[in-house]
Design a binder for this molecule. Structure first.
Ligand code: NAD
Ligand code: MG
Length: 399
């Protein structure tokens, strides 16, 4: 019984959270759910608590936590309900938790994910924004506190699988890596005539051809900012300079990414586009677990295509590479401006093509500093958000 590994799920009601619970449901003999968390979806978290019987449940929203507490009490469930950021940080660091799935979307996930790293947990990282905004600090915490960092993002999980395990201590040169090739589908607007992009709707932007995901990452995939964030994520996870990270558009999403070696070998990881594969990989590593994902049938695959990304169509990808080159808090600013812009697009306050304009303007306006501390990161994040918000208001009140 006690040999089961305790798991905390940060963001359990989201797309990654639900996929994680599906894998855990298949392996109740190996894992037990210690804590579940959500923003304010009381009903969703209640249902998950009833099924998985965690010791703790956290709602980021204080009123929602109150409702959940009442709901669980009325149902006779002994789940301790916590609230807010301190509650999230607390369940990320519980002694009975071995693994933490970091699947909160956006900057809201930084502090709890950092708390898991500082508690030396195995961190299953889906929340790429946390690493983008605080790369040096986060990686330092992982090393200092002996956390195990396993990528859930399908591309990074693929790269991780294509690298020898000692790359983490030896570095890419020592293991003969020449380049990391991140694949990306190109999203729903890969072939849309450029002049139509400014008028695309929310539903069109969220209709990803190959993956079902939360709304924020779906919009990021449509602008290819998602790939830009992933380039920065790859830089920190694998210690790769930007010149050795290449983006390859691959519309079928069958190859999840590749590693090119000095001798001309290229190793790729393939599979159906279903996040339960990287989730099962990271839960089981270095073993393997059944994930429930259908196996690839090569005789039925569409032909695999590869293209160079079009940086005119996808200016966000260029902005992300540029922010990584600048370094310091530039990726923090890029991420914050993008979150504000995507939120405005989701609320139909700005056009699709304005997302890149907001990010570009914010990067130009907010000066970059070295990443000296968590406070410096949070200050850069706040300033970028204010700048982006102000500009959106000014632009939208002009018309
Ligand atoms: P989602 O929107 O479906 O779920 C987000 C989760 O975070 C929910 O449980 C929500 O309650 C919680 N949350 C949202 N705002 C919060 C806040 N302010 N405080 C606390 N909790 C909050 O998102 P998703 O698609 O599951 O993505 C989660 C993360 O995983 C993102 O960083 C995304 O980039 C990354 N990711 C997702 C996929 C995918 O297939 N969905 C693939 C790769 C990476
Ligand atoms: Mg990805």
């Amino acid at each position: 019984m006690s040999a089961r590994i305790g798991v905390t799920l940060l963001g359990s009601t989201g797309s990654i959270g639900v996929s994680t619970l599906d894998v855990l449901r298949r392996h109740a003999d190996g894992f037990r759910v210690v804590a579940l968390t959500a923003h304010r979806d009381v009903e969703g978290l209640f249902q998950q608590c009833v099924e998985f019987d965690p010791a703790y449940a956290v709602m980021a929203d204080v009123d929602a936590a109150e409702h959940l507490r009442d709901r669980l009490q009325a149902a006779g469930r002994a789940v301790e309900v916590l609230a807010g950021m301190t509650g999230l940080e607390q369940v990320a660091a519980l002694p009975e938790t071995g693994y933490v799935m970091a699947a909160i979307v956006g900057a809201a996930g930084l502090l709890p994910t950092l708390a898991a790293a500082r508690a030396g947990k195995r961190v299953l990282l889906a929340n790429k924004e946390a690493l983008v905004m605080a790369g040096p600090l986060f990686m330092a915490a992982v090393h200092e506190y002996g956390a195990e960092l396993l990528p859930i993002d399908s591309e990074h999980n693929a790269v991780f699988q294509c690298l020898p395990s000692h790359f983490m201590t030896a570095g890419l040169d020592a293991v003969g890596v020449r380049r990391i090739l991140l694949t990306g589908s190109g999203g729903p607007f890969r072939t849309t005539p450029l002049e139509f992009l400014s008028a695309v709707t929310l539903d069109q932007a969220c209709a990803h051809p190959n993956w079902r995901m939360g709304r924020k990452i779906s919009v990021d995939s449509a602008t290819m900012m998602n790939k830009g964030l992933e380039v920065i994520e790859a830089h920190w996870l694998f210690g790769a300079p930007p010149s050795r990270i290449e983006v390859v558009v691959h519309p079928q999403s069958v190859i999840h990414s590749m590693v090119e070696y000095e001798d001309g070998s290229v190793l790729a990881q393939l599979g159906n586009p279903d996040m339960r594969t990287p989730i099962a990989h990271a839960l089981a590593w270095p073993q393997r677990l059944a994930s429930g994902v259908a196996f690839l049938d090569f005789t039925r695959l569409a032909p695999l295509e590869f293209q160079e990304p079009d940086l005119v169509r996808f200016p966000c990808l260029r902005l992300a590479f540029a922010a990584l080159e600048v370094g310091g808090t530039a990726p923090t600013i890029l991420n914050a401006a993008n979150e504000v812009a995507v939120q405005a697009f989701l609320e139909q306050r700005i056009r699709f093509t304005a997302i890149a304009a907001v990010v570009r303007h914010t990067l130009e306006q907010v000066s970059t500093h070295a990443v000296a501390s968590l406070e410096a990161i949070l200050a850069a994040d706040a300033l970028a958000r204010a700048t982006a918000t102000e500009w959106i208001i000014a632009q939208t009140s002009e018309v």
